[in-house]
Design a binder for this molecule. Sequence first.
Ligand SMILES: Nc1ncnc2c1ncn2[C@@H]1O[C@H](COP(=O)(O)OP(=O)(O)OP(=O)(O)O)[C@@H](O)[C@H]1O
Ligand SMILES: [Mg+2]
Length: 254
Amino acid sequence: MARIISLANQKGGVGKTTSTNAIAVCLKHRGFRVLCIDFDPQSNLSFSMDADLSDKSPKIYDVLKHVVKCRHAIQRTPIVDIIPTDLLLAGLELEFTTRGREFILKDCLQSIASYYDYILIDTPPELGILTINAFTAADVILIPCLADGYSLQGVLRLHETIGRVQSYLNPGLRIGGIFLVRYYPREELSRTARETAAMIAQRLQVPLLKSTIRHSNVIAKAHNLQKDMIAYAPGNIVVKDYIALVDELLKGGL
Ligand SMILES: Nc1ncnc2c1ncn2[C@@H]1O[C@H](COP(=O)(O)OP(=O)(O)OP(=O)(O)O)[C@@H](O)[C@H]1O
Ligand SMILES: [Mg+2]
């Protein structure tokens, strides 16, 4: 059965989508069967994986509405398998108002979980019903966080939401860790952020991952060109950082 991992942070632009793509690619290169779910109506992940976004191909919204079976919405891209999204997903908040609406994604994924080792879910920058669905479906949450004070403060609110999901919807849910993105080892600000992150992590009893992700425009380039980042730039520092991050997670029993 696949281990389901949601990448989340309600703050925008912290590297959720980039990390979902990168971690998926690293896991694939380690020999695992990987599926990504684009659960953010912005569809950045679908684009970065060169998914077919034309009207004729089903999206995650069609799956949630039971218009198509989950397995029929999977696209095999040269990067990894993905169920793409489109803007219609944004309507979920208003359309699904019945009891149990937090479990819609979890129920849909059950039928395909045996085909994969890992299913990665990219979430939008909010703590609404989409993100709650992603948490209810998940075994593990990973929290990318920019190496600055404001981003770290947001983790406190995120942690409260995760706690509520654990209490009421998904008791088996675990936080796999916080990891710092755009971390500059030589900069004072980054070092201070790391200390703050360590304090917050300790207070919340959440792991702060040792691996950090540095800054490189090459990663954005690979995603804009819809390339597998390891094949595109194997020696790049951020590619190496993501490989180290995934190895750390695997060692920790991801
Ligand atoms: N390590 C990095 N080095 C340089 N640029 C990066 C890095 N990580 C992410 N970026 C860039 O930062 C921007 C935001 O990243 P990304 O889209 O992954 O964030 P996000 O959290 O998914 O945003 P949103 O909340 O809007 O979904 C993108 O342009 C991406 O290419
Ligand atoms: Mg994103």
